[in-house]
Design a protein around this ligand. Sequence first.
Ligand code: FAD
Length: 776
Amino acid sequence: MKGTTHPVLKDVVLVGAGHSHVTVLRMFGMKPIPGVRFTLISREVHTPYSGMLPGLIAGHYGFDDAHIDTGPLARFAGARLYQDEVVDLDLAGRHVICRRRPPVPYDLLSLNIGSTPNTMDVPGASEHAIPVKPIDGFLRRFEALQARVLARSGRAAVALVGAGAGGVELLLAVEYRLRQAVTRAGFDAGGLSFVLLSDVADILPSFPAAFRSRFHAVLAARGIAVVTGAPVTAVEAGRLILEGHGPIAADEILWTTQAAPARWLAKGGLPLDARGFLRVDATLRVAGHNDVFAAGDTIAFSGRDLPKSGVYAVRAGPALAENIRRTLTGRSLRPFRPQREALYLVSTGGRHAVGSRNGLVVEGGWVWRWKDWIDRRFMRKFNDLPEMTPPAAALPPLADREALKEISAIAMRCGGCGAKVGATVLSRALASIEPAAPDDAALVDVGGNELSLQTVDYFRAIVDDPYTLGKIAANHSLGDVYAMGGEPQTALAIATVPYGLESKVEADLSAMMAGANEVLREAGCALVGGHTSEGAELALGFAVNGLVPATAALRKGGLKPGDALILTKPLGTGTLLAADMRRKAKARWVMAAIAHMIQSNGKAAQILRRHGVHAATDVTGFGLIGHLIEMVRASDVDATLTIDRLPLLDGARETVARGIFSSLQPQNVRLRRAIREFATVARHPLYPLLFDPQTSGGLLAAVPLAQAKRCVAALHEAGYAAAEIIGFVAERSDALEPVTMDLTGGQLAVALAGRHPARPRAHALQTVADTERSTL
Ligand SMILES: Cc1cc2nc3c(=O)[nH]c(=O)nc-3n(C[C@H](O)[C@H](O)[C@H](O)COP(=O)(O)OP(=O)(O)OC[C@H]3O[C@@H](n4cnc5c(N)ncnc54)[C@H](O)[C@@H]3O)c2cc1C
């Protein structure tokens, strides 16, 4: 997807989008090393900034204010972003083992995976308490807590165990937010009670006395009870058992006690301290492992017990980036010198905070505004990334002479891009050779009751992750067979891999084929062979053979007046992938689009068959309108679409509003003349999405109107959550344009109610020529 100017020589894999790694990515984006490829593997692709988490819980910030979006950041750094969970390491083979993908090879590894609260030591805590860490999932856990409190009409006892700065700040934020939410819902906030629990003699034990007393005063003023010097010895449903204190009733228990390391680290063979944290030396290198670094909460730092705090993880970022750079370029490493005294600014729920540094304590609204200013400035570093020009193609300054020698022996040749051509260009080109297969796949009668289906698809890497690319490409290719009502049987692969070191090429190819094979296997389609060549960039395609009973073959020309048009997947992959390339798409939008792209159309086709489908096609490069026009022309009917019912991928509306389109869009937009009164329709904000080219899009199918609602309900149940009735088919009118846009939804409502919608008014636009129709 990126025009890589250098072959990949070194793979640096970053595990966890923690506070240090985001800085590493930013610094390498500012100053990349040619030939070094970064891969970020993270469970969550929006990483919460710990400093703003309490403000997010309190309601002062929105999700995007308080999270770093690793999508644009990874693209800025030229890094591949894999959303996955690492569960183990193969240190000898230099592979990272993930939960949902094949092992990821590395030359250099860095771990910044945070910590978890220690719930293991207290019986019942894992079952009944809500851990605050890992912080990446806490917002979801808090929202569930709030929903439970509201479901109890605001009557809830909330306890928080652990009275360090994180715990105290969090409880104040929770109290602030819940009181507001309960009051807003019309309940009495007097039904809420809060208690802060600590095993040691006082709250905030590592802070100066003046700081502690400020917080005692704040807690008392807010009616929050404090119980100290009473360790929790057990947690039961609805109550906490304490040593030296009676049991405390609690409907909701938040757990923020001392941090514990990720448990999987113990399996990996890395050196750990007594509590299980990774032992690193003064340069942040894992002791005894020259190719592994670590930073943040997960480390036991050489000679000093660093607080498990975001401040230290942030500060480690530049040192970690520098030492990764130095390792790659063969220079000696520099020690990380963490500060002795950090500035702590702790908010109290509202827009008020208390600050402490070197024994000095300050508080007030201005302290909160100061904190807010610092936090927002930090976030801007990651959310407002500068435009960079790619480095010139010179020999990389890497220390690995062997790799450099190998790569300079590879002739560098630039191949063309394997992009798909537009609908009208293709129609024109094919017009002269009269293709035998106007449908999604060629139907070949080989004798017997079944017809053979043959189809081929091929495209360049639309995502940077070869494993995901493999899945998308295979799924996309199978779509044609399903659209024709068939079952895939065999597939042949054609792959292009970029020039590069054999080991890198092989790893990418094997990840790509692993992804593809998973999809094909699940579809019962055997991968029987293929061909691979070298080229400018990664690309993959499949020739798929399928079978369909002669009587069940679905053709584009089967639309009947009185059919409903159903679309099984949301639109928007074209604009979202284009926005992703330009760092304008949020990572969660891209990940959700990928999830749709790898969702098979197989089950949808079965459901459509059970509901009397007359015709279907898979929506791909020509966009919804392009594929609909193919169907209405082949069926000699008209169609009406309800634009507001089009299912859309999250973010597509926003990216289109920003004018971000796929490079295929202009060619697809030529088909606008098939839309009646297109000049009026063009003013609708969703109009561009009618032409958005789809990768591995859904099925556009026609089922009788009477079956449509049941069919969509079955599709929802089968996991096609966005499936929707988007229009209906009518008799061919005398209008030149076969497609009408129902801007109010009224016509579809009438049709679904079993009445005849008004016959669309013929409106002959002078500009529409019949020649245009015949080329569509
Ligand atoms: C409520 C609360 C408030 C806090 N407020 C502050 C504050 O104001 N100031 C402060 O300095 N500190 C604060 N802290 C502490 C701070 O949150 C942590 O110290 C900090 O987040 C640690 O940063 P990190 O970079 O080590 O890891 P994290 O920020 O936790 O990031 C870890 C990353 O690794 C990913 N990850 C984890 N495991 C895996 C895996 N197996 N595979 C793939 N990815 C994985 C996660 O998705 C995440 O992206 C607070 C803590 C809490 C609980």
